[in-house]
Ligand binder design. Structure first.
Ligand code: ADP
Length: 194
């Protein structure tokens, strides 16, 4: 069973590539952003609690997202591709704990990198179709990138230490990045004898 984390800044294409990889390697795509938006859409108490933070571009509380991921992992035996989680070192530590409890092993953490101006350009482009309030406002976009620098980027050090981190260039066309990602996953699959 493969378990992969797709890591990267807002707008880098985690969602797009997680979808492609999920289809190709038969993985369940778990996006904490999608889970949170579904809670808001359904106007659940949790959704009502996180709405304002998401609209401001703040990260949502660790306990909330850890709870959502725990619930998702409890309801499947399938390998997973995590998109948008972990986003803090505390979430990364919690994920180690959750994987142990659910008898899963992390195979790799793939960080997709792209220049800042490319991220902003892609978020502006996405805003037209996503309808997401946090994609449509320049201050919110800036704040999300600041949150990424301050709280999420340090997660790469966490995975560097454990030797799980692979960084790839995500600045070009979707299919170029996709080919790089598949190469990484194929190498990991071969090495781990899945
Ligand atoms: P993007 O990566 O483009 O910013 P996401 O859908 O992954 O889009 O996340 C949108 C928002 O959802 C984030 O700005 C944050 O408010 C919230 N969010 C998603 N995942 C997490 C997480 N793991 N921890 C905290 N907040 C999260």
């Amino acid at each position: 069973m493969k378990n992969i984390v797709l890591f990267g800044a807002p707008g880098v294409g985690k969602g797009t590539h997680a979808n492609i990889l999920a289809e190709k390697y038969d993985l369940l795509h778990l996006s904490t952003g999608d889970m949170l938006r579904a809670e808001i859409e359904a106007a659940t108490p949790l959704g009502q609690r996180v709405k304002a933070a998401m609209e401001r571009g703040d990260l949502v509380g660790d306990d909330v997202v850890i709870g959502l991921v725990d619930k998702a992992l409890s309801s499947t035996e399938q390998g997973v591709i995590l998109d948008g989680f972990p986003r803090t070192v505390q979430q990364a530590q919690a994920l180690d704990f959750l994987f142990k409890r659910h008898n899963r092993r992390m195979n790799c953490v793939i960080s997709i990198d792209a220049p800042r101006e490319e991220l902003v350009r892609r978020i502006h482009e996405r805003a037209i179709i996503s309808g997401r309030a946090d994609d449509a406002n320049d201050d919110t976009i800036r704040h999300r990138l600041e949150e990424y620098d301050a709280k999420t980027k340090p997660v790469t050090d966490y995975y560097k230490v454990s030797g799980l981190l692979v960084c790839i260039d995500g600045s070009g066309e979707i299919n170029q990045t996709s080919m790089r990602l598949c190469k990484v996953v194929d190498t990991v699959v071969r090495k781990n004898n899945f």
